[in-house]
Design a protein around this ligand. Structure first.
Ligand code: ADP
Ligand code: MG
Length: 742
């Protein structure tokens, strides 16, 4: 391995203009071959036609002002990169105190407009490298300073070489490649990189092979792969860059959809489901004894599920519904159905607390249903655990509620008919199939249990199709009728006394409250200390006459359980907690949620936390407490720092909407789908070109095409699909074996 790496480094080393130092720098970024260089795409382009004058730019910046509009605009972007060209007209170094220095370069664009470039570090280097008179290309985020002048803070700056300038004046478009730290310290600059990539293109372009069929290229008017590569690196014009990107996006998502289509096809064909008779006496009994009537969405979803299960095919369904939409009861009715058909069922939750809660909810609902419910979680005593394992194995246990502990190989199920996975976004695809496997083994003849996964992470439709493409999706959109929207307000720390009074008043009506603190410290000991300190302070100084409970991540599961139970039974008025209560906890009588240091939480966590209240007909409130200096920042029109800007967008979004779909859309834009959904976890490949949020149309087209091809030719055996088959096997290395398409 090390051997071959060395060899490969030398491959680039001997290219004109590279040499050992530069080759080593590229190797650090994983670029070892000319092919790797071809796959190192520009981040942006210098295009004479697209560059606006500084005057026009400053008008645009003023218009873009994020906080002028009332709500968060649909297409805002925190990193609007601007590329521009200018000549340095002034260079000034300023000293602050003993050793703080700043370099300010002024550049002119030739149309009478100026911009400033500020550097806070390496000032000497920049001053020497970019003297007055030099032509430079700048790329970075532009802002207006106090006097309204365009300012770039630490942008990427590149000398505009006479050759580049010539190309530029001729109207050529110049690629701007991402420059990593390793490259910068390894003697690379943009011009050399461009030249080296250019020669790689000359040498290697013929090796780039088409991977889409003629049919698809024509149908979707895609440019061929070779052209796409060439145009992405050295475009003829900016329109064709768009076409090249479109082609690459299509390709990326198409093969992924093909993968999903094959997987779905396979699971549909080869996995006959366990046939269920939907007339379950105990499900009917529970349904009739519920203290509320189901919403029509809940009913619709139950119908979709029973239709699946009585069809004889195998159910693989995602139930998506915002926090508090009532997914649990849907799962429970389904579970009873399966139990009445003589099968065991399992439901898996991401946390012990949540597993506990399900256990108790089910026990309460069905105390005299003659149903045995057992729990499988970590940290149970050996003796008790062995008893539980026996009950599972013998089939005595009808419902198994648990956490990851349910995967362990010591667990032998008996005729598992249904697996429910709650808060699915917390689990990976691998875990899902692992549980499925255990289910299969629980039958004497291998049979696959039905699978119902539930998620509150409301994600845009195109995205959910891509992510869960092999699942059928049921959505609960409407909330139970009795709900009132939660009143949400950002408050500042100095206002906390008022909030405490508010809490006292609300509790005097018989309601309960949550007070949440972030996990301030990484260390477990410190976390515990901080939770305990807050607890003592609130209990002794603020709410001496009220009963306060404490819940944090370092407690043992049965301690957590006791605390939650006590809170549910109103033995506490206030539950002071860390984010352990984030997922799923259901305390209908709780009406106030106070989140401290709310600026530190991500949007989905804030939404989940807020979802702990407003779960009954009572009016609920959510206070997002943040630092006092945010009071000013939130009104400001030009928050500079990215972190803070994002935090303010999160807080404002929470104030503006309770709709999980809106919230997740903003979240996706702030963080990107990889972070929101955990790319690795979700089983989603890392797309280079495709933007999961914005490219919904392409995803839909590619998906439709992929699925119809597999419908027509499940094994890709037809001659016109040979090219797809080859590429597919290359991309999904075990695809040939696993998906049995040979
Ligand atoms: P989630 O979808 O977040 O898992 P739950 O299933 O925990 O939500 O339901 C939240 C609360 O709403 C529970 O207390 C549940 O009993 C209640 N609930 C569920 N369905 C209805 C309904 N149709 N009408 C009124 N309350 C309901
Ligand atoms: Mg739930």
């Amino acid at each position: 391995m090390a051997e071959s790496k060395k060899e490969k480094v030398s491959e680039l080393q001997y290219i004109k203009g590279v040499g050992p130092v530069r080759a080593a720098a590229l190797a650090k970024d994983g670029i070892l071959t000319q092919q790797d260089l071809l796959n190192y795409f520009p981040r942006n382009y210098i295009d004479r036609d697209a560059i606006s004058s500084f005057k026009a730019l400053s008008v645009k910046l003023r218009q873009e002002d994020l906080f002028e509009t009332k709500s968060v605009p649909k297409d805002f972007s925190l990193r609007n990169e601007i590329i521009t060209i200018g000549q340095i007209t002034d260079s000034q170094e300023k000293h602050f105190g003993k050793n703080r220095k700043m370099l300010k370069l002024t550049i002119a664009d030739g149309s009478g407009g100026f911009a400033n470039i500020i550097f806070w570090s390496y000032t000497e280097y920049y001053m020497k490298t970019y003297p007055v008179g030099e032509m430079v290309a700048i790329s970075g985020r532009a802002e207006l300073d106090i006097v309204g002048r365009i300012t770039f803070n630490h942008p990427e700056i590149e000398k505009f070489h006479p050759e580049d300038e010539k190309l530029y004046r001729e109207g050529r478009i110049l690629p701007v490649y991402p420059m990593t730290q390793a490259m910068k310290s390894g003697k690379w600059n943009m011009r050399v990189l461009r030249q080296v990539v250019y020669s790689a293109i000359e040498n290697q372009l013929s090796l780039i092979k088409e991977n889409l069929s003629e049919l698809i290229l024509n149908k979707f008017k895609l440019i061929n792969r070779t052209d796409a590569f060439r145009q992405l690196h050295f475009p003829d014009n900016i329109d064709i860059v768009g076409k090249a990107k479109y082609r690459m996006k299509f390709e990326e998502v198409f093969f992924f959809e093909l993968f999903l289509a094959i997987r779905q096809k396979k699971s549909k064909v080869t996995e006959p489901g366990i046939l269920m008779n939907p007339k379950s006496p105990r499900a009917r009994r529970l349904y009739e004894s519920l203290p509320f009537s189901l919403t029509s969405d809940q009913k619709k979803v139950i119908r979709e599920i029973t239709d699946d299960m009585k069809s004889g095919s195998h159910m693989n369904r995602l139930l998506q519904g915002d926090v508090g939409s009532g997914k649990t009861i849907v799962a429970l009715l389904t579970m009873l159905d399966v139990i009445d058909n003589g099968y065991q069922v399992a439901i898996m939750a991401p946390t012990e607390i949540l597993a506990e809660q399900h256990y108790h909810t089910f026990t309460d609902y069905m105390s005299d249903f003659n149903i045995k419910i057992v729990q499988l979680i970590g940290g149970q005593k050996t003796k008790a655990r062995n008893q539980i394992l026996d009950d599972i194995k013998s089939g005595k246990a009808n419902i198994i509620v648990g956490t990851h502990a349910m995967f362990e190989s010591t667990v032998a199920y008996k005729n598992l008919g249904l697996v429910v996975i709650d808060e699915q976004h917390r689990f990976g695809v691998a875990q899902r199939s692992q549980l499925k496997k255990l289910g299969e083994d629980s039958h004497t003849v291998s049979r696959v249990p039905h699978i119902l996964v539930m998620s509150a992470t409301p994600i845009p439709r195109t995205l959910s199709m891509t992510l869960y493409g092999d699942l059928d999706v049921s959505i609960i959109r409407e909330m139970p009728l009795n709900r009132k929207p939660i009143n949400t307000k950002v408050v500042f720390e100095s206002q906390l006394p008022e909030i405490y009074d508010f809490i006292k008043k609300d509790i005097s009506k018989g309601h309960q409250a949550f007070i949440v603190f972030p996990l301030v410290e990484k260390s477990e000991k410190l976390e515990l200390k901080s939770a305990v300190e807050h607890f003592d302070m609130l209990k002794n100084n603020i709410f001496p006459e009220l009963k306060c409970g404490l819940l944090h991540g370092q407690m043992l599961w049965y301690e957590k359980e006791d605390t939650m139970k006590a809170f549910l039974n109103k033995q506490y008025d206030i539950l002071i907690a860390t984010t352990v209560i984030e997922v799923g906890i259901d305390i209908p009588n709780a009406t106030v949620m106070l989140i401290n240091n709310a600026e530190r939480f991500g949007l989905s966590t804030l939404h989940q936390l807020r979802g702990r209240v407003g779960r009954s007909s009572l009016q609920s409130y959510c206070f997002l407490a943040t630092k006092d200096n945010y009071r000013f920042e939130m009104k400001r029109k030009d928050v500079q720092e990215e972190e803070r800007k994002a935090a303010i967008i999160r807080l404002k979004t929470m104030e503006e909407t309770t709709d999980g779909f809106n919230i997740s859309e903003v979240d996706l834009k702030l963080r990107g789908p990889g972070d929101v959904l955990g790319t690795r976890q979700s089983g989603l490949p890392a797309f280079k070109f495709l933007d999961l949020v914005r490219d919904g149309d392409i995803i839909t087209e590619a998906r439709r095409e992929a699925f119809s091809i597999i419908e027509d030719d499940p094994h890709l055996r037809k001659p016109q699909n040979e090219i797809l088959r080859n590429e597919f096997i290359k991309l999904y290395k075990d695809g040939k074996h696993f998906f049995d398409i040979a």
